[in-house]
Design a protein around this ligand. Structure first.
Ligand code: SAM
Length: 157
């Protein structure tokens, strides 16, 4: 049976699975003006660690979304255990189940790179409010990758 990188993260319930880990998340959020009136989407929430931190720390309204059913189960368990009222969606970033201009912030940690980036960015733009902010943590390549290497890496994922 073949498992993707994301299946393995989901099966093991790995949290903070992004460059810089949860420490970088906290530093990034410290610099933003987030308060209880803020409406935030955690896009590709994984186990829900960041969503949970946002709701507990800033008392803001959080929506968490992931397209991997196992990750959604982990997040649901976490939110229930902490008695947090976070709206959880099993859905794709490429087709977000939200109205236009819904969010003050979107945080996407090591998620966008796994999707059709063009579609995801269009969706982020659509559901963010006019003055909204996208907080994105992702690995990027500074130079073009050799197509053969890129294909090999993709197959390993
Ligand atoms: C590397 S993990 C990061 C999870 C979490 N953001 C964190 O930092 O721990 C990537 C996450 O993106 C989710 N994901 C990948 N493609 C997605 C898509 N099209 N829509 C929603 N979530 C997606 C995966 O299921 C996985 O939970």
């Amino acid at each position: 049976m073949n498992h993707s990188y994301q299946d393995v993260l989901a099966i093991l319930g790995i949290e903070g699975a992004h460059p810089g880990g949860f420490e970088l998340t906290k530093q990034l959020l410290e610099n933003e003006k987030i308060d209880p009136t803020s409406i935030i989407l955690d896009a590709g929430c994984g186990t829900g660690q960041t969503s949970s931190y946002l709701a507990k720390t800033f008392l803001c309204k959080v929506s968490a979304l992931d397209n991997h059913p196992e990750m959604v189960k982990h997040a649901k368990k976490r939110f229930q255990k902490a008695n947090l009222s976070i709206d959880l969606y099993n859905s794709s970033i490429e087709k977000l189940p939200f109205d236009n201009n819904s969010f003050d912030f979107i945080i996407a940690e090591s998620t966008t790179a796994f999707t059709d980036i063009q579609k995801s960015l269009q969706e982020f733009y659509r559901v963010l409010k006019l003055e909204g902010t996208l907080l994105s943590i992702d690995m990027t390549a500074e130079t073009s990758l050799d197509p053969a290497l890129k294909k090999r890496n993709h197959e390993l994922l």
